[in-house]
Design a binder for this molecule. Structure first.
Ligand SMILES: Nc1ncnc2c1ncn2[C@@H]1O[C@H](COP(=O)(O)OP(=O)(O)OP(=O)(O)O)[C@@H](O)[C@H]1O
Ligand SMILES: O=P(O)(O)OC[C@H]1O[C@H](OP(=O)(O)OP(=O)(O)O)[C@H](O)[C@@H]1O
Length: 467
């Protein structure tokens, strides 16, 4: 059973059409029913309707597997224990600082000193004010913030603004923009591991449902389609190669001809950003279906002609490869293209990330965690590939040294320490015995034998140090 938590209020109003477009039709009218758990047209998918601020809690503790909540609520909550999967593009508004209109001429927001600010969003406001270097007392209210300045409770408010009518009606004016807000699809982390097969079609249908134009590679797809096929070494090499003006390179630095067989998509991580311009029109293009605008350009799509990759929309965003919607939400065979994830990564979805790089990035890749359900996590897989390539599989080169086999190593010198194959080379350099070593400082730094304790360290210490 998949439980989807919906926020009451505005988000619910806009969630219902989204659900219906995705083929998830509630058995009862959610706006009218007093029931809080409602079945849907999809067996095994049910809805719970709760207060917006409670959605993160339900999802965090696994009472709901998925949830739809405003970004304001998620940021205020902190988002621990959640994967923030996709910006659904509904219930959009802005979080603004507002002040009484007549005060506007007197001072700007930045000149505040020890003002009182009323808000429902204490955490966000604290962070915002701290970032601005403004000292203020924050007064926590639960609603009708606009009233606070009118009755002398606060000098400013931080509140959501959509049409601006509420502010205007109360003689207030927005003065600073804090945050763009929209509703996001979130998931319980454990459920994403344990119930992934059941969740996947629901996620795909909600995040990629036709008509959801905000479904972008920048959110769900970008983070979720980590196939782990293409490792960082190759991505990095390609990036370097492109900077040099050449095409993609193999580990020896030779031009890599023909079609690239990889389809790595994760641009959420730095190293992978260069992974798409493979220059072949093959994998990069395939991988980048669904990337929009600058992402697509970065991926090399439009650079090779706007029509080259019909799935890349330059302006309007991701054109979901979700032909035909989500018939019955039945998870199809891997790689059947039925969902945005599968069409891109052949079903091997990986780890997810959070909203916006500016907030946090608990990226499983960076932590090297197992994230891919079909294999080792991208971190480890990538590291393994990197090691293999860097050391040239047994070449007795010192990383950073000379020789064709070391090109990759030079690019990836940061990985040297991890490269087992390099041990041989180091040993040969120091023989495990030399007192002063060869290339002393570099050698000392690299030599694993130094990890063996003081005795070894002394033995390896260059003569000059021992004097
Ligand atoms: N004016 C608005 N326009 C668009 N979206 C809004 C607006 N106000 C709030 N939202 C979004 O809808 C979510 C729920 O807001 P809503 O006003 O329906 O409930 P609430 O007043 O925050 O909650 P409660 O009534 O339980 O205190 C907010 O978290 C925000 O993401
Ligand atoms: O810009 P507008 O279109 O006028 O909408 C903004 C209002 O909507 C929200 O209030 P809500 O109706 O949720 O009531 P609340 O203040 O009690 O939360 C928000 O807190 C503003 O008051």
């Amino acid at each position: 059973m998949v439980t989807l938590a919906l926020s009451k209020g505005r988000i619910l109003e806009e969630s219902i059409p989204l659900l219906e477009r995705a083929g998830i039709v509630p058995e009862e009218d959610l706006a009218k029913t007093r029931r809080l758990i409602v079945g849907t047209s999809i067996p095994g998918v049910r809805l719970v309707v709760i207060r917006a601020a409670d959605v993160p809690t339900y999802v965090r503790y696994g009472a709901a597997d998925l949830g739809i909540a405003g970004r304001d609520v998620l940021l205020e909550d902190g988002g621990e224990g959640l994967y923030e999967l996709a910006d659904l593009g509904i219930a959009t508004c802005r979080l603004m600082v507002a002040s009484p209109i007549d005060e506007m001429a007197r001072e700007g927001a930045r000149s505040w000193t020890r003002l009182r600010v009323a808000t429902k969003y204490v955490r966000i406001t604290e962070r915002y004010l701290a970032a601005q270097g403004i000292q203020a007392d924050i007064i926590h209210l639960y609603g009708s913030m606009e009233l606070a300045p009118l009755v002398g409770l606060a000098d400013r408010i931080v509140d959501l603004v959509s049409s601006g009518r509420t502010l205007a009606a109360n003689g207030l004016k927005p003065i600073e923009h804090v945050l763009d807000v929209s509703a996001w699809l979130v998931a319980n982390r454990a459920a994403m591991k344990m119930k992934y097969e059941a969740l996947r079609p629901v996620i795909a249908c909600l995040a990629g449902s036709e008509g959801n134009e905000r479904y972008r590679a920048t959110t769900y797809a970008r983070r979720d389609l980590r196939c782990g096929v293409q490792g960082p070494a190759r991505a990095q090499r390609d990036r370097f190669a492109r900077r040099r003006g050449g095409g993609p390179r193999d580990y020896r630095g030779r031009a890599r001809p023909g079609r690239c067989r990889t389809a790595h998509v994760d641009r959420a991580s730095r190293w992978a950003r260069g992974a798409h311009g493979c220059g072949t029109g093959g994998p990069g293009a395939r991988a980048c279906r669904g990337l929009r605008g600058s992402d697509a350009r970065r991926a090399g799509g439009p650079a090779r002609g706007r029509g080259a990759y019909p799935d890349i929309s330059r302006t309007s965003g991701h054109r979901t490869p979700h032909a035909g919607g989500c018939p019955g939400l039945a998870p199809g065979p891997e790689g059947d293209g039925a969902g945005p994830g599968r069409s891109l990564c052949a079903g091997r979805q990986g780890r997810l990330s959070v909203i916006g790089a500016d907030e946090r990035h608990p990226c499983a890749h960076r932590r090297g965690r197992r994230a891919c359900h079909d294999g080792p996590g991208p971190g480890r897989a990538a590291a393994a590939r990197t090691r293999g390539r860097l050391c040239g599989r047994g070449r007795s080169r010192v990383p950073g040294g000379r020789g064709a086999g070391d090109r990759g190593a030079r690019l990836w010198h940061g990985q040297r320490a991890a490269c087992r194959q390099d041990r041989g080379a180091r040993k040969r350099l120091c023989g495990g015995r030399q007192a002063s070593g060869i290339r002393t400082s570099g050698h000392r730094h690299d030599c694993r034998a130094l990890g063996g304790g003081d005795r070894l360290r002394r033995r390896h210490r260059p003569l000059v140090d021992r004097l």
